[in-house]
Design a protein around this ligand. Structure first.
Ligand code: NAP
Length: 313
């Protein structure tokens, strides 16, 4: 009988929690940790459920048909040398998208309502009222309008921001100015007060936000990166913050995580550092989605939507 393996680099207690939840939802399945399977037994594994796994461990299973990620981003697996025949399914979860939308709104309001400045002012015993700009006069642009981008645009739309988005294929979204392509990016950046990255990290988006592109934002603009650290070239960002072309950056994701202690980003007055918390996977909803995907596959042989390896997302 086919087996399922659960592969992660999570702490042992977290791993056991996931395993117990998966086993409870998929009681007809045999779900194992890699350490519980001999190389012979590993040949019977056709599905891997993974949470940011070490690709070398994934490669131990020669007959994998597909990999179900418990995370929404799968760039680490895509860059690994896995057989192209193995299909990759990332987590698509409305609960996670809602969580990201809430984070996007939270930190957009944080910037809109000058909280970074008030925080600094308090540290200097300074009582100074800054101008308050209404949301309808703020241009918020979202890079990427997939699962997370669309949910975020929808929530931001409730507060009347002037919304734009930039995607690979041109979209048509009510009350959102849509852009694509290099010129589209330049046009959108020139018209942006708060820029939010919700792009996957792929060869085309690596360091997309660099000194050149970020300098196309108007003076005083702000940047939020909630997708992957590699989208932003940190040196370019720092250069533009230091000359006051950009006002502030909220960063939830970094090239190296946890952000190294010695990083200058920690103490930078114009950077807010978050520990990758904008949209954590919700165990309860994720397990239900993964279990449904697997049950449906067992019954019909049909895989959920798979990642397009060519475009990298
Ligand atoms: P998605 O549904 O695959 O959407 C990706 C969006 O990016 C699509 O709109 C796509 O355009 C656009 N895109 C991709 N490559 C592009 C390019 N080269 N140029 C322009 N647009 C491009 O992904 P998602 O579920 O929204 O997730 C986005 C990313 O968020 C994930 O990959 C992950 O890295 C990150 N994430 C972060 C956290 C966190 O806690 N910080 C949590 C979950 C996910 P098209 O619509 O034209 O295809």
């Amino acid at each position: 009988m086919s087996k399922i393996v659960f592969i992660s680099e999570l702490a042992s207690n977290e791993q056991q929690t996931w395993l117990a939840m998966l086993r409870a939802q998929l009681s007809n399945e045999d779900i194992f940790l890699p350490s519980e399977l001999t190389d012979e037994a590993a040949k019977a594994v056709d599905i891997a459920i993974v949470a940011n796994p070490d690709p070398a461990v994934v490669a131990r299973f020669p007959n994998l048909v597909w990999i179900q990620s418990l995370w929404a981003g799968v760039e680490r697996l895509l860059s690994a040398d896995l057989s192209p025949n193995i299909k990759l399914v990332r987590l698509i979860d409305p609960t996670l998208a809602q969580s990201m939308a809430e984070s996007v709104l939270t930190w957009t309001l944080y910037l809109q309502r000058n909280l970074p400045h008030y925080h600094l002012q308090q540290r200097q015993n300074q009582w100074r009222q800054l101008p308050n700009i209404n949301s309808k006069n703020i241009r918020v642009s979202v890079l990427g309008a997939g699962e997370l981008g669309l949910a975020s645009l929808s929530l931001l739309g409730k507060l009347d921001y002037q919304l734009s988005c930039w995607t690979r294929t041109l979209k048509n979204i009510d009350n959102v100015s849509c852009y694509s392509g290099e010129q589209g990016l330049s046009d959108m950046l020139a018209d942006t007060d708060i820029l939010i990255s919700l792009l996957p990290l792929t060869p085309s988006t690596q360091h997309l936000l660099n000194e050149d592109t970020l300098s196309q934002l108007p003076q005083g603009a702000n940047v939020i990166n909630f997708s992957r650290g590699g989208i932003v070239d940190t040196n370019g960002l720092l250069a533009l913050l230091d000359i006051e072309h950009l006002s502030h950056a909220v960063l939830d994701v970094f090239d190296i995580e946890p952000l190294p202690q010695e990083s200058e980003l920690w103490q930078h007055p114009k950077i807010t550092v978050l520990p990758h918390i904008s949209a954590p996977t919700n165990n309860d909803s994720a397990v239900l989605i993964v279990a449904d995907n697997i049950r449906h596959y067992r019954e019909s042989g049909i895989l959920p939507t798979v990642v397009d390896r060519k475009s990298g997302y």
